[in-house]
Design a protein around this ligand. Structure first.
Ligand SMILES: [Zn+2]
Length: 445
């Protein structure tokens, strides 16, 4: 391991989310931001080495780095992923391209996946996401207890092992998707209690897909409140405007004092709904303190399949939710699995897709999109000390773009990633970090 500089000074860093987005001089000591100072203009300095000239080996030893005007963002927070299923597409196909076939096909083979297979998929997907600049991830987990407790527990164990394996590079939160079945409640409750004791971070689920959605929401809150954990449910991932479990969810959030600890992912039916009803629900979400997560890649792929002519696109009302006062994050959801054949855990890609799907491309919208990938999901994930401010841990990504707009115009492949008190990935290596067996080699050690 190269000797690491105790103090690092970065000049000519562009911070698009800080004070007008100018150039900054940044000081990091012992892995924490020490000073964040606006510059009057570009600084010329011979003692600072241009970042692009520093090879992977030189980064961690360098104490003075010149970004030459490149964009630096706090590490992305991808707050809704399915790491356990990532890269399963070659084993699990989806001929109809619908959500229901994806669920059925994955369930039909989940028993054949060993713990090691699932663990390696999580590690691979997490390291790839980290290489693109994500500092923290939240993943839902498929735990079909009705197919066998052992099968469900295998995914939990794989996840906790994977979390440990990548802990030096990226943080992961896990939210198992408990499928509520009133006929098997005792078994499910026992399983949920055990997994929450084992260290999963919160309660997940998809009540609109179960036989008793209201009962499932009630059960999920009983689990979450028993352990004082946050709750993050897949809500109304449906084209049907009459699917409105969000209404019941908000009631439970209010009743249990869960403002700021409750998240609703997807909200597709909200976009299909008549406007007045959607407005009522969005105002209710804002009042209840429910955060929203839009998953544009997967919803554009899965939703609206049955429509002819005016095809519903499934992406929720991003701008209107934000205008109503609901915190809205954007996230990856599925990566190269039967739910979504594309994707790579790259939040720049998700940001671009959100900009298109939600008509967010004015100058001020670009900063709003960047906040949906950084500060808002960090708040949803309850990350303390997030952001580029003195005293906070330094976790950031430098992108090869000279402005926030250029980020989405050029989609720079080049990233330099800093987290956990060191540079963890460098540009020429980031694209190669795809194989869990060699992933550690790609990470800067
Ligand atoms: Zn999901």
């Amino acid at each position: 391991m190269p000797v690491q500089a105790a103090e690092m000074v970065i000049i000519n860093a562009r911070l698009p989310l800080t004070d007008g987005g100018g150039l900054f001089k940044l000081t990091i000591r012992d892995g924490k931001w020490r000073a964040v100072e606006p510059q009057a203009g570009p600084i010329g300095s011979e003692e600072h080495q241009p970042i692009a000239a520093l090879g992977a080996g030189g980064l961690n030893a360098a104490g003075r780095i010149d970004l030459q005007g490149r964009v630096l963002l706090p590490g992305f927070v991808d707050v809704h992923m399915h790491l356990d299923k990532a890269y399963s597409l070659s084993r699990v196909r989806n001929r109809s391209g619908t959500l229901l076939e994806a669920i059925e096909n994955y369930r039909s083979v989940i028993g054949e996946f060993s713990k090691e297979t699932i663990r390696d998929r999580i590690v691979k997907a997490a390291l790839r996401a980290a290489s693109f600049g994500s500092a923290a991830l939240r993943s839902h987990l498929d735990v079909p207890v009705h197919l066998g407790r052992g099968i469900a527990m295998r995914t939990i164990e794989a996840a906790l092992e994977a979390k440990e394996k990548v802990s030096g590079v990226v943080d992961i939160q896990f939210f198992p998707m408990y499928y509520y079945d009133p006929g098997a409640e005792r078994e499910l409750t026992e399983f949920a209690f055990e997994t929450l004791r084992m260290g999963v971070d919160g309660v997940g689920g998809a009540p609109h897909l179960t036989l008793d959605p209201a009962g499932g929401i009630d059960w999920a809150f009983r689990m979450a409140t028993a352990f004082g954990r946050p709750i993050d449910l897949h809500i109304d991932e449906s084209d049907d405007p009459n699917v409105k479990t969000i209404d019941v969810y908000c009631d439970y959030v209010i009743r249990n004092g869960y403002a700021g600890k409750a998240t609703a992912g997807h909200l597709c039916s909200l976009s299909a709904m008549e406007h007045g009803e959607a407005e009522r629900l969005m105002a209710k979400m804002a009042a209840a303190g429910v955060a929203a997560v839009t998953l544009p890649a997967v919803n554009l792929y899965l939703q609206g399949r049955g429509d002819r002519g005016n095809v519903r696109r499934g992406v929720t009302r991003v701008r209107e939710l934000a205008a109503a006062g609901v915190p809205v994050a954007a996230a990856s959801d599925n990566i190269q699995d039967p739910f979504h054949p594309f994707g790579r855990g790259d939040m720049v890609q998700i940001g671009l897709m959100t900009a298109y799907a939600a008509h967010l491309a004015r100058e001020e919208d670009i900063a709003a999109v960047l906040r949906m990938l950084t500060h808002i999901p960090a708040e949803i994930a309850g990350l303390a000390d997030y952001g580029i401010s003195p005293g906070n841990p330094a976790r950031f990504v430098v992108l090869d773009a000279l402005s926030a707009e250029e980020l989405f115009q050029e989609l720079p492949a080049t990233r330099w990633v800093y987290n956990k008190s060191r540079w963890t990935f460098a540009s020429e290596l980031s694209m190669r970090c795809t194989d869990p067996a060699t992933a550690r080699l790609a990470a800067l050690s």
